[in-house]
Write a protein that binds this ligand. Structure first.
Ligand code: SF4
Length: 311
């Protein structure tokens, strides 16, 4: 018998209407059982990834907002694929319901949702925020807005609009930063050519002032590229007057980007520089590296498996 869905899923299902659930193509579970990544087949044949993360007894779903991504970050498997199409709010909610139905069999439920999967949420802003509103709706999942995080590559205009909505929808903001100088960031993240660091930090200054919330920064540690003393200093300098927290994450190598993770002693030196600037930071465990948990990696691996018939 299929697991009984929690009552609140019924309300979410009403929002989804006639849309059928995505079909599970394949999935991977990390050796420690803390991360499960699913490749889902949408109605039109598009494939997206969605991830379930367990931390102690809490479960988070990492939701994709686009099929592929136009931002083209060099280190990202999704960026290497290019952009196919936007996902609707309903298609985002089906990702949450997909994992809810799995957890229901274990008497567990989702406690957090992070919009950090394939795609840039602020380049699909209306649908992403519609999905957020439905997740916080007390008749649905009823998630506290503080349990929802939107992660952006740094679209300044979208960040300002999040600040406008903050009193009504106080979700958390994360920014994938990865470089603290315009030149290096343009090389790593081509979107910086049109969305400059300068405009991003102006918008973030405005955001933190109006919302009184700190910003979470993600920084992938790439050996010899962005783990230098110069970058650590530039980052410390930029963040010293901004309420923030930095997550340092070792690079998860992808076939399309040959760089390697930073050495432990370099990470320690980078962290020490942040300490000097009194910037709170965490060296985050790379969850599920062995299961292609970086965004786009399961999809890319599955596509190459299909093309060379080795699976
Ligand atoms: S890191 Fe995010 S914004 Fe950059 S290409 Fe990948 S999915 Fe897009």
């Amino acid at each position: 018998m299929p697991p009984r869905l929690p009552e609140s899923s019924i309300v979410l299902e009403e929002k989804i209407g006639d849309m059928s659930y995505p079909e599970l193509v394949t999935y991977d579970i990390s050796a420690d059982g803390s991360t499960r990544k699913d490749l889902l087949h949408m109605q039109d044949g598009a494939q997206i990834e969605t991830v379930l993360l367990r931390y102690r007894k809490r479960y988070s779903v990492c939701v994709s907002t686009q099929v592929g991504c136009a931002c083209g970050c060099r280190f990202c498997a999704t960026g290497q694929m290019g952009f196919t199409r936007q996902l609707s709010a309903e298609e985002m909610l089906t990702q949450v319901l997909h994992f809810r139905s799995i957890l229901a069999a274990h008497d567990a439920d989702i406690s957090n949702v992070v919009f950090m999967g394939m795609g840039e949420p602020l380049l699909n802003e209306d649908q992403t925020l519609l999905a957020v509103e439905q997740l916080v709706d007390p008749r649905g999942l009823g998630l506290a807005p503080g349990r929802i995080t939107l992660s952006s590559v740094g679209i300044a205009s979208g960040i300002r609009r999040l600040a406008d909505r903050h009193s009504r929808l106080p979700i958390k903001l994360a920014v994938s930063l990865h470089a603290a100088t315009e030149e290096l960031r343009r090389r790593l993240m081509p979107v910086t050519a049109t969305h400059t660091l300068e405009s991003l930090f102006e918008a973030l200054g405005d955001y933190t002032e109006r919302t009184r919330r700190r910003v979470l920064f993600e920084w992938i540690m790439i050996r010899g590229v962005n783990d230098t003393a110069e970058q650590a200093d530039a980052l410390g300098y930029r963040l010293q007057s901004l309420p923030s927290h930095v997550n340092l994450i070792q690079l998860n190598p992808t076939p399309g980007y040959t760089a390697v993770p930073s050495l432990p002693e370099t990470v320690a030196a980078f962290a020490a520089t942040l300490d000097r600037y009194a910037i709170p930071h965490t060296m985050r465990q790379q969850k599920g590296g062995e299961i292609s948990a970086g965004c786009g990696q399961l999809s890319a691996r599955h596509a190459s498996c299909r093309s060379d018939h080795t699976c």
